[in-house]
Design a protein around this ligand. Sequence first.
Ligand SMILES: Cc1cc2nc3c(=O)[nH]c(=O)nc-3n(C[C@H](O)[C@H](O)[C@H](O)COP(=O)(O)OP(=O)(O)OC[C@H]3O[C@@H](n4cnc5c(N)ncnc54)[C@H](O)[C@@H]3O)c2cc1C
Length: 299
Amino acid sequence: MNGNLLVVDLEFEARLKRNEPMSRHTSWHVGGPADAFFSPRDRADLLAFLVSLPEGTPLFWLGLGSNLLVRDGGIRGVVIDTTGLARLERVNDTVITCEAGVLCARIARQCVKWGIGPAEFLAGIPGTLGGALAMNAGAFGGETWPRVRSVDICDARGVDRRRDAREYTFGYRHIVPPAAHEYFLAATLEFEPRPGITDEAMKEMLAKRKETQPIGEWSCGSTFTNPPGDHAARLIEAAGLKGHRVGGIQVSPKHANFLVNTGEATAADVEALVAYIQLQVREKFDVVLTPEFRTAGEA
Ligand SMILES: Cc1cc2nc3c(=O)[nH]c(=O)nc-3n(C[C@H](O)[C@H](O)[C@H](O)COP(=O)(O)OP(=O)(O)OC[C@H]3O[C@@H](n4cnc5c(N)ncnc54)[C@H](O)[C@@H]3O)c2cc1C
């Protein structure tokens, strides 16, 4: 179904944005319009909205768009902006519940305050818990899923339930869910006691990032996953591509695995540069680089 033809309850109609440019919602700042864009206020509001949708309405779940390439033709159907799912609570000494729209940096900071960890690795990941669950985000040796005990999910019809973390398999920057078309609402995470912990380690990690990565520029972080036993950045640099440009997108001169929008890039520019890097690295080193980011929408 084309989301432009989508008819929703009057109650929701006023809150639905039509033809919302996705370049406003991705850290690459590229991407065409979403037919419809909905920002639920909380979990109940989200489930009520989903129940009200005509069956078969295509849905796209959005966190902070920090690992997402939306193509120039935009997204058909409804984009669900999850950032309103923002509850973060402590269940007991070491267990917390966290809704999908909570920012990773907030989890890291709050865990330090509660004296539990390790959650510091989440500090520099500029996304939501939902995105971190979908990607098994990680940094500095830490990863999201080893901390997960259960997740609350829902389907496209707004039916929610709890799943045990053991129903999922996970690996480096990916997960295999037990069923398709399910979306994260929240998770229960378990950490370890860290009495006396300060925010020193977190600050160090953030400083290290700033030193080596083009933080603050428009990118999606690491573009490619690291191939076994090597680093994508090393291969791209060795292929002579640091600083290489296609239209408005450039291989960062600071970190070769970051592609930076210098201001006017289109998604087509990003796709062209990604393909060019893959070709060059394969020809020179016989290594196939796999994109880490997700692609959505139409060309
Ligand atoms: C400067 C920079 C540094 C970064 N550093 C790191 C790093 O160190 N480590 C790392 O792992 N990543 C890193 N990233 C990438 C990115 O921040 C992470 O992958 C993050 O987890 C994505 O979260 P998000 O909320 O932005 O997700 P989005 O980009 O909005 O979405 C990513 C995917 O998750 C899906 N998704 C989002 N929310 C849900 C939900 N509730 N239910 C189901 N699916 C959902 C989306 O549909 C999409 O497929 C970096 C990015 C930037 C820009």
